[in-house]
Design a protein around this ligand. Structure first.
Ligand code: ATR
Length: 285
């Protein structure tokens, strides 16, 4: 690895590609990690035209870039573009982290799932033996299914408005653990230990059509989205007496930490970074 304290060398270049990208917190997160760990990197937010991901990645690599994060809507394009993939990226069908290797090849990983697990762990939430209700069947849920099943929950019930999409998704993961599928109407009259919102509903300020019977005051609620205050889903949980609810800000920081580790071989401390971002969100700094 390059010596981060060799100040004669230019700093190693990283970036995040997406569309839109203006509001990405990744440049700030990675510069906090770099400062904390003494790594000399530069990290930019890069707006990429629709259909332009392959070209943009190639240009970045040709200019000497060392690695990229890839965000909406390009994670599947990145999956197709990379030369090699980690097993978890292979299962996720999406790549959110690329490392450019010394031999000129590109290695694609997906750190979203481990980001969710690490954030749950950092908050003292154990999944082993728990009943999990997981909402959604898009790319976000595909990315977390394998790492969730690896925690040995009693079961995961996948619920989606479009049932056949959930069935199709689940079929790729049923050999990894107890995974069932339901529509919102057919959910059982029993509360779940952990309820995770992996839908895009919170982005639109919307709420999945969850019946009250699935939640109790002991249910732990997690929204993979985040905002300045509790999301619609977390407000819904609060109103039904849930004592513990978390948004996806911690997951964002943890997935970034795993990318940083993949690139630099150093694991940054994350909780102070979550705290900094939380204060900015709350106080609009
Ligand atoms: P992503 O890659 O972010 O997961 P996606 O592939 O478009 O995005 O998937 C979005 C998911 O959110 C889908 O599971 C979608 O449900 P449908 O498959 O039934 O469309 C879910 N979703 C979006 N808005 C929702 C809402 N208001 N209520 C419930 N589910 C919603």
């Amino acid at each position: 690895m390059t010596d981060p304290f060799d100040f004669d060398r230019p700093a190693d270049a990283y970036g995040v590609m997406g569309n839109p990208i203006g509001h990405s917190k990744s440049p700030q997160i990675h510069s906090l990690f770099a400062r904390q760990t003494g790594q000399r990197i530069v990290y930019d937010a890069i707006l990429v035209d629709h259909g332009g991901l392959a070209q943009a990645c190639g240009n970045f690599q040709a200019a000497g870039g060392k690695g990229l994060n890839i965000t909406v809507p390009f994670k599947q394009d990145a999956w197709r573009w990379v030369d090699k993939r980690s097993e978890r990226a292979q299962m996720a069908g999406a790549v959110n982290t690329i490392r450019f290797e010394a031999d000129g090849s590109s290695y694609g990983d997906n750190t979203d799932g481990v980001g969710l697990i690490r954030d749950l762990q950092a908050n003292g939430i154990e999944l082993k033996g728990r009943r999990i209700l997981l909402m959604g069947a898009g790319g976000a849920v595909r990315g977390v299914l394998q790492p969730l099943l690896q925690q040995f929950p009693l079961e995961i019930l996948l619920v989606n408005r479009t049932l056949d999409k959930a069935q199709h998704l689940a079929a790729d993961f049923t050999n990894l653990g107890q995974l069932r599928v339901s529509s919102y109407q057919d959910l059982p009259a029993q509360s779940f230990d952990v309820i995770i919102n992996g839908t895009a509903a919170s982005l639109q300020g919307d709420l999945p059509p969850l019946p009250d019977k699935v939640i109790s005051s002991d249910s732990i609620c997690y929204d993979m989205m985040y905002g300045p205050g509790p999301t619609q889903f977390l407000q819904w949980c609060q109103a039904r007496g849930a004592q513990r609810y978390l948004d996806g800000l911690g997951m964002l920081v943890e997935q970034a930490a795993e990318s940083f580790f993949l690139w630099r071989g150093v694991r940054p401390e994350t909780r102070s970074v979550v705290q900094t971002l939380r204060e900015q969100l709350l106080f609009g700094k």
